[in-house]
Ligand binder design. Structure first.
Ligand SMILES: *[C@@H]1O[C@H](CO)[C@@H](O)[C@H](O)[C@H]1NC(C)=O
Length: 317
């Protein structure tokens, strides 16, 4: 189950961005930004420091906060693999509330799993509120699988099957971060019974559906969903756009070889019945489906820069 999604900035030349003169002359400060890093990364990694420097070049004077679970980088990195995501989101909500610069609201960028964690913040807290939420290669409909094995790689198959068998145990659901957004369409009843994080933020369990989540998500100015076109880490990559595989036909739930059918965002029950406010947001033109031509979290300048120019650093409200 252990894949890394450390941010990789391709072709970044820090001096390459000119200062937009209107920002220098304007009196209003840009809206602050919060960034939540991905699995295997830490809030103070070189990639994270670099991306903040690049954003500050585009939006001079912007206040940027990188979310952490632990101020110690090694521990912060460890917390991307191990821990209870519900607790982590609570902790981050308190962290953000205590930062005076953020008290008027902010935009947010989530890298990979950080994207669905920030969405949880919006649905459960949003105090102070997020304006634009940009998620890069995030697993909004979970991951359906760990990357597949080659046909005769016995060790790989054994490890993969063990991971798949254990992912819905109570221990895994409390302690393994990825297990908390593992959603195998071939075992939906198991997932719905065992999972506490993704089922919650996606309002998938009718008995515990929380209307506040939908109200809060629909309050975003924009939800920008970025998919990596050559992503082989997130299965399926369309999870970044709220896509997932359809449950397999009854007769062969274990048949891995069958071609899987993808259910796109607008055909998901979650969307059609508007469990989380996504449809409301979309019908107001505030869901943006963007894509980057790259592998998982390989952010080229062409990919991230226009998004940062458009959705980050607008004048403070
Ligand atoms: C719904 O979510 C909000 C925000 O997390 C929480 O305060 C509230 O208690 C929840 N409502 C129910 C019925 O669980």
């Amino acid at each position: 189950m252990l894949y890394h999604n450390i941010l990789v900035l391709a072709s970044t030349i820090i001096g390459a961005f000119a200062r937009p003169t209107q920002d220098v002359l304007s009196f209003s400060k840009p809206r602050p930004l919060v960034i939540w890093h991905g699995l295997g990364d830490s809030y103070s990694s070189s990639g994270m420091v670099q991306v903040q420097a690049l954003i500050a070049k585009i939006h001079p004077g912007i206040f940027i906060h990188a979310v952490y679970i632990d101020p110690e980088a090694k521990e912060d990195q460890r917390a991307t693999f191990y821990g209870n995501v519900d607790d982590q989101v609570e902790q981050v909500a308190e962290q953000l509330k205590d930062i005076p610069e953020l008290s008027g609201g902010f935009d947010a960028m989530g890298f990979s799993q950080g994207g669905q964690f920030l969405r949880a913040y919006v649905e459960r807290h949003n105090d102070p509120p997020i304006g634009n939420l940009i998620t890069f290669g995030s697993q909004h409909m979970g991951i359906a699988d760990i990357p597949t094995c080659k046909p005769f790689d016995v060790l790989c198959h054994v490890a993969r099957n063990a991971a798949r068998a254990g992912v819905y145990t109570e221990w895994a659901q409390q302690n393994l971060v990825q297990a908390q957004y593992y959603r195998d369409p071939a075992q939906l009843p198991k997932y719905l019974a065992a999972n506490h994080f993704l089922t919650s933020i996606n309002n998938e369990v009718p008995e515990t559906r929380n209307a506040t989540y939908a109200t809060r998500l629909a309050q975003l100015d924009a939800l920008v969903l970025v998919l990596f076109e050559r992503d082989r880490t997130v299965v399926p990559k369309e999870s970044a756009w709220f896509g997932s595989y359809a449950p397999p036909p009854e007769e062969d739930p274990d048949d891995d070889e069958k071609e899987k059918i993808l259910v796109p965002m607008r055909e998901q029950p979650l969307y059609k019945e508007d469990w989380i406010g996504l449809r409301t947001l979309d019908e107001h033109g505030r869901v943006v489906l963007a894509s980057c031509d790259g592998e998982h979290m390989h952010l080229s300048t062409e990919c991230w820069k226009p998004l940062v120019e458009k959705y980050v650093g607008s004048p403070q409200r």
